[in-house]
Design a protein around this ligand. Structure first.
Ligand code: 5GP
Ligand code: MG
Length: 179
């Protein structure tokens, strides 16, 4: 079954589970090679990255830690538009090597604001690991250190990503079928 229904929309398989896991393991090898002496703190951005973070960390054979954060958006004042606030980080990241784990980077605005907030806390190094990147939508300059897949601008679900709250438990990644 390559086609599925999530709520009112039809989706078709885009990246099968086996291919995702293979690629996650390759990226884990890269991270391990780069950071094995750093005892990095992985910061998983909820909700979407929980599946990727779980597989990525279990593919690593090195000392590391994980923390979970949320990004809350609210309307800022004047022309600044949406302001994103980082919630839930209790760990002290001063002097530490941090890897932010995201499900998907679309415009890149969320990641950019998150990096600015984290930098204020004086980490030694901040790296980005994103399961997916939509290069066609990127609006800011971001140095994405670790990326599993670059995808087109279509809406996707599965492997942690949702459509209106559903679909996070799907093992494969699916693309919406345009009506
Ligand atoms: P950005 O600030 O990079 O534009 O937004 C990134 C966030 O947008 C992601 O963390 C995710 O919540 C959401 N997002 C962007 N594209 C998709 C998509 O195709 N599917 C899903 N489920 N969420 C997406
Ligand atoms: Mg996300």
């Amino acid at each position: 079954m390559d086609k599925i229904q999530v709520r009112d929309r039809e989706f078709t398989i885009s990246i099968p589970e086996a291919k995702i896991l293979q690629r996650v393991s390759e990226v884990a090898q890269q991270i391990q090679h780069d950071l094995k002496d750093e005892h990095p703190l992985f910061i998983s951005v909820l909700n979407g990255s929980f599946v990727f973070a779980a597989d990525l960390l279990r593919a690593l054979d090195m000392p590391c830690e994980i923390a979970f954060v949320r990004v809350a958006s609210y309307d800022g004042m004047g022309s600044t538009g949406k302001v994103k606030q980082l919630l839930g980080l209790k760990e002290n990241i001063e002097g530490r090597t941090v890897v932010v784990v995201e499900d998907i980077i679309d415009s890149g605005l969320t990641m950019k604001q998150m990096l600015e907030t984290l930098r204020q806390q004086g980490p030694k190094d901040i790296r980005i690991a994103s399961l997916l990147v939509k290069p066609g939508n990127l609006k800011v300059d971001l140095d994405i250190d670790y990326c599993c897949f670059k995808i087109p601008n279509d809406f996707i679900v599965g492997y942690g990503l949702d459509y209106d709250g559903e679909g996070r438990n799907l093992r494969n990644i699916y693309t919406v079928v345009e009506e």
